[in-house]
Design a protein around this ligand. Structure first.
Ligand code: DLL
Length: 438
């Protein structure tokens, strides 16, 4: 089968009847579990400990009998311990940097690379991109899955790919203007930097042919979307994915922008209570758990993503039958507790961007004060605000403090900082600086 045939066949999967989807999922689940059991020691021994074998998976609900897997499993088996085929069949390795030094390693065989390209192609088509688009890929190319994942998907779509990778922002803007880029893929924080840098170069992105942005790899809020859409004159789509499962292309928004359609024929989603592991019904918030259904080199079974969301099962106006996940507001490990209250960085972003006069550049600093965790939020003000008189700044600060308090429920110190003082990111933004004593 040629590349295009595989792709065309897969696009129809967006509109599958539920019965058909379920039987396809079950057949693929059984195959995946068999493969993992036969070729991956960790999965086999965990299943044996529980007294289950691949034959025990007779319905989709039986997935609940299977043990969870998590990031620590990738670290513990570093580098090749979770591979389900010999290295000679693996055509690509990717990785993601961890906080603890060693990266995690993920593997793809030829089939996986084609499947990935096909699913990213479906994702881009879902965001309204076509073969007529000129796609600037400004996710980093390298071990990070963003660049090459988006690249292969855009090529499979037949679009014209501009593989510029991240960084060199002045050049990004020059090519965007000269080549007439119509779609861009990068992190939302990097795109914000492009808007800002464009202004200082006399380029207003609103005047360019750019019409679509496919942003992901980090959490971003509806307020950030509004900011981007208004300041760049484009439609912004949220794309989700993670290296352990495939990379970008696990889920994406359609033009309805109400949740991200998850490619359920390839990635089986569950939502669990992160404390107890109990599976929650559609609609309830919890931790997203994913099982790959068509990955050969490195199948993942019930992988705990740490990403918090819910499944939206109501039909979507776009006609796709794939269920949706809500925007990933936060990871369970991003949450911090201040004076007994759970605080998520996304709540702070929402509050800050709801007030006129600030820029989307902010940082959340955690520190220890008299043995207790505390937090300060630094936010850059706009140039216009900077030249305003002191009274204006005081008013802005108290407005921001109130906005944060209203959303978070406690008073948090908000500090206004001068324009261009917070480090800009060309990839995933570092929003939280943890200076707590341990
Ligand atoms: O970030 C893959 C990717 C590349 C996704 C480009 C989208 C676009 P990792 O580096 O392994 O892979 O990081 C995965 O990033 O578990 C989430 O916590 C976070 N993340 C990814 N997409 C989103 C999103 C890539 N749209 C981790 N919203 C995931 C919120 C996201 N968080």
């Amino acid at each position: 089968m040629s590349f295009m045939e595989i792709n065309d066949d897969l696009s129809s999967h967006d509109y599958m009847k539920t019965d058909y989807l379920h039987s396809l999922q079950l057949a693929r689940l059984q195959k995946t579990v068999r493969r993992a059991f036969d070729h991956v020691k960790l999965f086999r021994s965990r299943m044996e400990e529980r007294g289950i074998s691949p034959e025990d998976i007779r319905s989709l609900e039986d997935i609940r009998k299977l043990p969870f897997s998590m990031k620590a499993d990738l670290r513990d088996t570093y580098p090749y311990g979770l591979f389900a085929c010999p290295l000679s069949e693996i055509v690509r390795l990717h990785g993601s940097s961890g906080t603890t030094g060693k990266p995690i390693v993920v593997a793809y065989n030829r089939h996986d690379i084609q499947m990935w390209a096909a699913v990213v192609r479906r994702a881009f088509a879902c965001a309204g991109m076509t073969s007529r688009d000129l796609v600037q890929i400004a996710y980093g190319y390298g071990l990070f899955t963003g660049g090459l994942g988006a690249h292969y998907g855009a090529e499979a779509l037949g679009a014209t790919v501009i593989p510029i990778s991240g960084g060199n922002t002045a050049r990004q803007l020059m090519l965007m203007r000269d080549f007439g880029t119509t779609a861009i893929c990068c992190t939302p924080s990097y795109f914000n930097f492009m808007i800002e840098q464009g202004r200082s170069m006399g380029i207003d992105i609103r005047d360019l042919p750019l019409r679509t942005g496919v942003f992901g790899a980090e959490p971003w809020t509806q307020e950030m979307r509004r900011h981007i859409e208004e300041n760049a004159g484009i439609q912004a789509f949220d794309i989700y994915g993670l290296s352990e499962i495939i990379g970008p292309g696990v889920a994406i928004e359609c033009p309805e922008h109400h949740g991200l359609h998850i490619f359920e024929d390839l990635f089986y989603p569950e939502i669990i209570n992160p404390e107890t592991g109990e599976v929650l019904p559609d609609g309830e918030f919890g931790e997203l758990v994913l099982t790959t259904l068509d990955k050969e080199a490195m199948p993942m079974i019930r992988y705990r993503t740490r990403d918090l969301t819910r499944i939206i099962s109501e039909p979507c106006a776009c006609g796709r039958t794939l269920r949706r996940i809500d925007r990933i507001g936060s990871r369970s490990d991003d949450m911090f507790i201040i004076r007994g209250v759970n605080v998520f960085p996304s709540q702070i972003e929402t509050a800050l961007l709801s007030v006129e006069g600030t820029s989307p550049n902010y940082q959340i600093i955690l520190y220890t004060e008299r043995g207790m965790d505390n937090v300060e939020v630094d936010v850059e003000i706009t140039e216009a605000m900077f030249s305003d008189e002191v009274g204006g700044l005081e008013k802005l600060q108290s407005k921001l403090t109130r906005a944060v308090e209203n959303l978070v429920g406690i008073r948090i110190a908000v500090k206004l900082v001068a324009p261009h003082t917070i480090v800009r990111s060309e990839g995933k933004a570092r929003r939280v600086i943890d200076r707590r004593e341990r």
